[in-house]
Design a protein around this ligand. Structure first.
Ligand code: ZN
Length: 195
């Protein structure tokens, strides 16, 4: 990877990312800021957006998806469980869903999909090298809400346990909101990761 950009501001202070590969291809994770921010960076770096990876379908994570799709043709990845056409789940279409454990390779970057239903039924965490894009599953010192429409509180605990097993302690945690952390710190201090 050539660079990781954290963009924003986005509604509800969603953390949103643009990853630039070494060979001119780029990936947006949860493009929630204005589409122009991604397009400007892509243009400056002469990079092509090929894939949009969504950790889940909530409205505060997907604001720029449709415009970026129109302007770049990038493939949208989203679990089918998180498509709704509702205010909470605005998107109705994607080019690909997610299989647990599958890898998505773009340029010199490889993302491993960890399905983590709980916050939403279709939530995933994405591991790229030592970067964990945790969406609204795991926050620094906290976890995502499980009292929303489509939440699966019964599955959240199992998903967190699975995440701890799948991600090594040296990984950086880049959640969907609020500050960044490390897996090491979360395993030590996050009260929701005591099993
Ligand atoms: Zn959410």
């Amino acid at each position: 990877m050539k660079a990781l950009h954290v963009l924003g501001p986005a509604p509800l202070y969603t953390n949103t990312f643009l990853l630039l590969g070494e060979n001119g291809h780029a990936v947006a994770v949860d493009p929630a800021a204005s589409a122009e921010q991604y397009l400007d960076l892509l243009q400056k770096n002469k990079a092509e957006l090929t894939d949009i990876l969504l950790t889940h379908g909530h409205y505060d994570h997907v604001g720029a998806v449709e415009e970026l799709k129109r302007r770049t043709g990038a493939r949208i990845h989203l679990s089918k469980e998180d498509m709704g056409g509702s205010r909470l789940f605005p998107l109705t279409e994607a080019d690909a869903g997610y299989e647990d454990g599958e890898t998505i390779a773009v340029d010199d970057m490889t993302f491993t999909v960890i399905r983590t239903p709980g916050h939403t039924a279709g939530s995933v965490c994405l591991l790229c090298g030592d970067l964990l894009f945790a969406g609204d599953t795991l926050f620094a010192g906290d976890i995502g809400r499980t009292d929303l429409e489509g939440s699966r509180p019964d599955l959240m605990r199992a998903s967190l346990q699975k995440l701890c097993g799948a991600v090594t302690s040296d990984a950086q945690v880049l959640p969907g909101h609020d500050r960044f952390s490390t897996m090491d710190a979360e395993k030590a201090e996050n009260p929701y990761l005591r099993f």
